[in-house]
Design a protein around this ligand. Structure first.
Ligand SMILES: CC(C)(COP(=O)(O)OP(=O)(O)OC[C@H]1O[C@@H](n2cnc3c(N)ncnc32)[C@H](O)[C@@H]1OP(=O)(O)O)[C@@H](O)C(=O)NCCC(=O)NCCS
Length: 389
């Protein structure tokens, strides 16, 4: 290393968390709403049930997953300097869901933005977070995938409403001079396929109107067969590309964490890559497709199932609307035996988040008082100026 050269930086995953709403919607329950059956859904998708929010919002799901990731890493919110939320079902068009979560976490030193790349969003966000760390711009980045897809489904369209669910997952990245962590990322897009999977209205092309609402244009439209063909191709290609970029032969891959859209797509990729079942993680049966949340949700469950260990090589691979795809090779470095959270520690955390809420509330109140008082003072001053003039 030359004298004036700064040491190489690596982005390691040091914390992980997930949250799914407790409300379960089974295939049998869905069959009471649309013309489908448990047997059809299981056979064509592998899905048995999914979680659907009742009162929770996307930011709430993301917040709970993020809090767990911070607990696991034993990192305080004010140590985070970047928050990225991958979502297609944000809290609002703006402000960003990431800003809502930043406020509720009390992450006072963090920049925050949302990233939209549909079901590939989490891999895109991880790629950006890791690049920011490697470049020296940031030290601790919180990357969240959070979705409430149930809010943008047409519950009368059996071709789409059976596929999706709600949830969130989060990873905490930190800079280190030790090799490992995020080894490579691959991002891809083919915008010519945008109409194969989209929500046609609500953006600037088709702003919300009575007509868009009446025609259900604020819900997911999909050409299932074409998306299936695209998915099977890119899952295999993107997995291989991430490994090549990371200088890893396929035999060195310990676990593939694929986007959980359909068990048949995952099985196809595993067969083509000649990976045995123990090298491919799958939980689509319990959650359906949770879009940008699906990969972190799967990774966290793989860790909980003790299928990830220090030294392992993983590939996360996603695809979705855009059309878009992304993959990421990781050398896992963090100990995965989850730290025991003592009651005292849990109480400290609760207090911290209550304090963050209180601070946020008082900032809002003070801002209003400040604006009101300033307005009154300006008027008085204006009058005085008027009199004197
Ligand atoms: C959606 C998907 C499961 C449909 O499976 P498929 O085997 O391709 O089924 P098809 O679309 O060819 O439809 C076959 C028949 O089942 C019917 N069908 C569709 N949805 C159904 C449902 N929920 N229950 C029962 N029948 C259904 C169709 O109407 C069609 O009937 P027809 O032959 O009388 O016209 C499959 O195409 C798929 O998984 N695509 C990828 C979707 C995806 O992953 N999207 C997210 C990407 S991030």
């Amino acid at each position: 290393m030359a004298a004036n050269q700064s040491p190489q930086r690596f982005a390691h995953i040091i914390g992980w968390g997930k949250y799914v709403p407790p409300n379960v919607l089974t295939n049998d329950e869905l069959a009471k709403r649309v013309d489908t059956s448990d047997a059809w859904i299981r056979e064509r998708t592998g899905i048995m049930e999914r979680r659907i929010v009742t009162k929770e919002t996307t930011a709430m799901l993301g917040l709970y997953a993020a809090q767990e990731a911070l607990e696991v890493a034993d990192v305080a919110p004010n140590e985070i300097d970047l928050i990225i939320v991958a979502t297609s079902t944000p809290e609002y068009i703006f402000p960003a869901t990431a800003s809502v979560i930043q406020d509720q976490l009390g992450a006072d030193n963090a920049g925050a933005f949302d990233l939209s790349a549909a079901c590939s969003g989490f891999v895109y966000a991880l790629s950006v977070g890791a690049a920011m760390i490697r470049s020296g711009q940031h030290n601790t980045a919180l990357v969240i995938g959070a979705e409430t897809f149930s809010k943008i489904l047409n519950w009368k369209d059996r071709a789409t409403c059976i596929l999706f669910g709600d949830g969130a997952g989060a990873l905490l990245l930190r800079a280190s001079d030790q090799p490992g962590g995020i080894l490579s990322t691959v991002l891809g897009s083919d915008g010519s396929g945008g109409d194969l999977l989209n929500v046609p209205a609500g953006g600037s092309r088709n702003p919300a109107s009575l007509e868009t609402v009446m025609n259900n244009l604020h819900t997911v439209k999909m050409n299932g067969r074409e998306v299936y063909r695209f998915a099977t191709r890119v899952m295999v290609d993107a997995t291989k590309q991430a490994l090549v970029k990371a200088n890893l032969p396929l035999t060195e891959l310990d676990l593939l964490i694929p986007h959980q859209a359909n068990a048949r797509i995952i099985d196809y990729a595993a067969r083509t890559l000649q990976l045995p079942p123990e090298k491919v993680f799958q939980n689509v049966e319990h959650y359906g497709n949770t879009s940008a949340a699906s990969i972190p949700l799967a990774l966290v469950e793989a860790i909980e199932a003790k299928r990830v260990n220090p030294g392992d090589h993983l590939v996360m691979v996603g695809f979705g609307g855009g059309l878009s795809w992304g993959s990421c090779a990781v050398e896992w470095t963090a100990p995965t035996d989850k730290r025991l959270i003592t009651p005292q520690r849990a109480a400290q955390s609760r207090l911290r988040y209550r304090w963050a809420n209180f601070k946020s509330f008082s900032h809002r109140v003070l801002r209003r008082v400040d604006s009101g008082v300033t307005h009154v003072l300006d008027r008085i001053e204006g009058r005085q100026n008027g009199h004197s003039g």
